[in-house]
Design a protein around this ligand. Structure first.
Ligand code: SF4
Length: 311
């Protein structure tokens, strides 16, 4: 980057980027700021993150720190929002709340600057207000910041509607269908979950995703099924499973080791969903695709057998 102007804002392509990234990018771009994303997830990024993150971190957090590492020195500030809650009954995984402070601590000697905003409805900071404050901190007026927020929220809504529309078209295709459920940042990552979706496709199955659904609809479905589930992204996954399950032949639950919220919600789904084959895959730093492929292939055989396509 010597002699070139660095992009103003760096965004790690990990964790909640895959849930809110359209909002973040449109917010900064509406303010006229340039953004840079870290490269797609890879073995190298995960290895770097594994060296940097605390040992007890989940796989997703290790991947996240590798992405931050890839941005250090390549932008003026790295944006890491703190997502805490949407009120007194809806919480985010505590790791989302801690990653800004963890990253600042891990990279404290790098000279890299960071910026955050707090989504914390319990303490009077809903998303709209948090992003308005962020815009003001970056030197824009409250009016400019509010305008950028509205543009960004519209872009996110549009992206979610498009994903749901594509999924409905996929659900209407003939052939075996498998619903894959997991955090968006696990399923969309090219090194973690994407190979599972690619393998299903190569094995002749149509894969649907539990997270391709308007989030509010999914959370309402989850609330009817389990009123005590409190983690927002987990509610969205469970709700997605409930709303898509009748259109598929089997369900694969994918999680990142060791994920506390997933261990509870996956158990809930396995115990309460009857009549559908369910496979759980837990990914960790040692997971190779060979073992995963064998398990998926056996799972697809079970589905074929149940459908009477195998004797
Ligand atoms: S929800 Fe699970 S995978 Fe995601 S950050 Fe929390 S512990 Fe990690």
């Amino acid at each position: 980057m010597d002699g070139e102007k660095m992009p103003a804002i760096g965004i790690p392509r990990a964790m909640l980027y895959y849930r809110y990234g359209a909002l973040w990018e449109h917010f900064f771009q509406s303010l006229g700021l340039s953004t840079v994303l870290s490269p797609p997830g890879s073995r190298g990024i995960l290895e770097a993150g594994t060296r940097l993150a605390p040992d007890e971190s989940c796989l997703s957090l290790k991947m996240f720190m590798g992405h931050v590492d890839a941005l250090v020195g390549r932008c003026e500030r790295i944006f890491i929002p703190r997502y805490s809650n949407y009120g007194y009954t809806e919480f985010f995984c505590t790791r989302y709340e801690g990653i800004y402070d963890q990253a600042r601590n891990i990279f404290r000697s790098s000279g890299q600057r960071f910026i955050t905003c707090n989504i914390d409805v319990q303490n009077g900071s809903p998303e709209a207000k948090a992003f308005e404050k962020l815009g003001v901190e970056l030197g824009f007026s409250p009016r400019q910041s509010r305008h950028a927020w509205h543009e960004a929220a519209r872009a996110l809504e549009q992206q979610q509607k498009t994903a749901e529309h594509i999924q409905k078209e996929l659900a209407g295709k003939p052939g075996m269908k498998v619903l894959v459920a997991g955090h968006s940042y696990v399923l969309s990552d090219p090194y973690l979950g994407r190979p599972i979706l690619d393998y299903l496709e190569s094995a002749g199955a149509v894969s649907l995703r539990a997270d391709a659904l308007e989030p509010e609809t999914a959370r309402k479905a989850c609330a009817r099924f389990s009123p005590t589930c409190r983690w927002i992204t987990s509610e969205e996954i469970v709700g997605g499973v409930l709303l898509w399950k009748d259109r598929v032949d089997g369900i694969i639950l994918v999680s990142a080791f060791p994920c506390g919220p997933d261990s509870m919600t996956n158990e809930l789904l396995i115990r309460r969903l009857k009549g559908k084959p369910i496979l759980t895959l837990v990914l960790d730093t040692q997971s190779g695709m060979a073992g995963v492929e064998t398990r998926i292939e056996s799972f697809l055989d079970i589905i074929r057998f149940q459908k009477g396509e195998m004797v």
